[in-house]
Design a protein around this ligand. Structure first.
Ligand code: NDP
Length: 348
């Protein structure tokens, strides 16, 4: 028996409430380390906190592909860890593995087929990148831009990214630039984030949506209007961006984090004015879902890995330490406490 720590959902914030660290509880429990044929003992290295988890905190997620977390049960999400004992022919001690359904526990026993083996060389040894730039957020940025963005090299396009200093946004902007946009403009929630986008990630300009007149700032940053909008946030920021989009432009509807603490359908209905702007200017606004492109994930991961290793893409992360801080890290990410991908380091 091994004494382990795990995180359970102790209460729900309610569909119209803000999540709080109190919704999560850390507890100690015992794990039998006796393995059945096919099973592995894994030690958790990093866990991911992601916006979609807000829906899983509700008793009805509103999405058929997402199951609600159950009260008093161990939470799960993206994780990466190391095999410590194995009765599975595909995995040996020391192998690195990942899963989208990794339990928020310090150790776990699972069937080897429930995790995917990872080559640490893919991420140059930075194992947390498996949860970020060379993982689901990276694929979201890459495939979102490529499937819905219509970037045309040499066409002088301007791309705007909201939630620009987060996991997906920070990568989407860099990919827009690599794929040939002339200007990449980020919208985010602090001056420090704006500075980071320009000085470290090569964004052309950045707008702090918490300060001043966003509409005027965006107009200054996008003198030729907006051709591509990678939308992570929805709400009033999106109304402002769409009002400055050119005819025939494209919105990549990736997410609407500004609406996740409200009891509203996804995507949330647009105002009449914004709806009219879309139709008058023939702007496409298609919903993008990374899970709908499973056939492109392997190739996408290879490209992201190459870009990260060659330094063409710069990776930013906010790393919180300790399983006891999972709830704090989640709530911090939901309110903008992160720069780049928010992960939690569980063990070294
Ligand atoms: P981030 O790392 O971007 O973290 C969330 C960020 O959202 C915060 O840092 C905060 O930054 C910003 N934010 C929070 N509240 C608001 C608000 N009211 N208005 C504007 N910005 C806000 O998260 P991810 O990169 O993991 O996810 C970004 C988006 O992409 C989410 O909407 C998510 O649901 C979506 N997503 C979609 C996928 C798909 O397949 N479609 C897959 C993965 C993610 P700031 O300081 O700037 O406010």
């Amino acid at each position: 028996m091994l004494t382990i720590q795990r995180v359970v959902l102790s209460s729900r914030p309610g569909k119209n409430g803000h999540p709080s660290p109190d919704n999560f509880r850390v507890e100690e429990t015992s794990l039998s380390t006796e393995l059945k044929q096919g099973q592995v003992l894994i030690r958790t290295l990093y866990l991911s906190v992601d916006p979609y988890m807000r829906c899983r905190m509700n008793d009805d997620t509103g999405a058929d592909y997402l199951q609600p977390w159950r009260l008093e049960e161990c939470i799960d999400g993206g994780g990466v860890g190391v095999v410590e004992a194995s009765k599975n022919a595909e995995l040996i001690v020391g192998d690195i593995a990942t899963s989208f359904n990794w339990r928020w526990q310090t150790h776990d026993v699972v069937h080897g087929s429930c995790v995917q083996k990872i080559d640490p060389a893919m991420v140059d040894g930075h194992l947390s990148y498996v949860l970020g730039a060379v993982g689901m957020p990276g694929l979201t940025a890459l495939l979102g831009v490529r499937e819905k963005g219509h970037v045309t090299p040499g066409a002088g396009q301007t791309m705007v990214v909201s939630g620009a200093c987060g996991a997906c946004g920070s990568l989407a902007g860099q990919i827009g630039r690599l794929d040939g946009c002339e200007r990449v403009v980020g919208i985010c929630g602090s001056d420090k984030k704006c500075h980071t986008l320009i000085s470290q990630l090569g964004f052309t300009a950045a707008v702090n949506y918490k300060k001043g007149d966003i509409s005027a700032a965006l107009r200054d940053s996008c003198p030729n209007g907006v051709d591509i909008y990678f939308d992570n946030v929805g709400g009033p920021i999106t109304d402002t961006v769409i009002s400055q989009m050119n005819s025939g432009a494209h919105v990549i509807l990736c997410g609407e984090i500004s609406q996740y603490n409200k009891d509203l359908p996804y995507p949330t209905p647009l105002s009449k004015e914004t709806q009219e702007a879309l139709s008058c200017k023939n702007i496409t606004r298609e919903r993008f879902m990374v899970l709908n492109y499973m056939d492109k994930h392997k190739e996408g991961m290879e490209l992201l890995s190459q870009w990260v290793k060659s330094g063409q893409i710069k990776v930013l992360e906010t790393v919180t330490n300790g399983i006891e801080n999972m709830g704090v890290a989640f709530c911090s990410m939901m309110t903008g406490g992160n720069i780049g991908k928010q992960v939690v380091k569980i063990s070294a």
